[in-house]
Design a protein around this ligand. Structure first.
Ligand code: AR6
Length: 181
């Protein structure tokens, strides 16, 4: 685990399961455009939340890359889910801007709803094929750039699927905090 502060926002990097982060006000879903269940994060979140989540999502579909919507958490321990559609790498362009838009959008939605803590998976880095190191840089620089505008969100946790992905994010964070390193 690594911890840093971007102004008043605490950023944690952990290895774990995005489903089961019981202390967070919202978890982010790496969604599909239809906002329905799928593989990876979307499958895990919809399975744990139950069918009410897909039902609440239906009127918001289809989402475009870079967009997000917020719903209730249904059967999850978290009161909210923020659904982000990341870019399919090599298809949706400009990929870095669309990925940054996901993080910015989710933080903004959290802020609008007065949430204090949000957990993110590494959006687009699974089925959508975004290289992990580039995605880590985009995620962390966007959280850093958005932090000064946040008054409600105080904790952002990136929940990485395994230790290797955690190390990639720790390295990206070190580069951001010490650009000469
Ligand atoms: N907790 C934390 N991280 C996870 C978990 C989990 N439970 N499960 C997977 N990851 P993905 P995408 C990691 O494919 O690339 C779906 O089928 C995973 O190792 O969930 O945005 C949807 O229906 C990877 O690093 O999201 C969409 O069609 C990261 O989370 C499509 O995949 C994202 O992997 C979205 O693709």
């Amino acid at each position: 685990m690594a911890v840093t502060n971007f102004g008043n926002v605490r950023v944690e990097l952990v290895a774990g399961d995005i489903v089961g982060q019981r202390d967070l006000d919202a978890i982010v879903n790496a969604a599909n455009a239809e906002l329905q269940t799928g593989g990876g994060v979307a499958g895990a979140i919809h399975r744990a939340a139950g069918s009410g989540l897909a039902e609440e999502c239906r009127p918001f579909a289809p989402l475009r890359p870079g967009e997000c919507v917020i719903t209730g958490g249904h059967g999850l321990p978290n009161p909210h889910v923020i659904h982000c559609l990341g870019p399919v790498y090599g298809v949706d362009e400009p990929a870095d801007e669309l990925l940054a838009s996901c993080y910015h959008c989710a933080l903004q939605r959290g802020e609008d709803h007065g949430l204090s803590s949000i957990g993110f998976p590494a959006i687009s880095t699974g089925a959508f094929g975004y290289p992990m190191d580039d995605a880590a840089r985009v995620a962390l620089t966007t959280i850093q750039a958005t932090a000064p505008a946040l008054t409600s969100v105080r904790l952002v946790r990136m929940v990485l699927a395994n230790r290797a992905d955690l190390v990639v994010h720790e390295t990206a964070l070190t580069r951001i905090n010490r650009p000469s390193a």
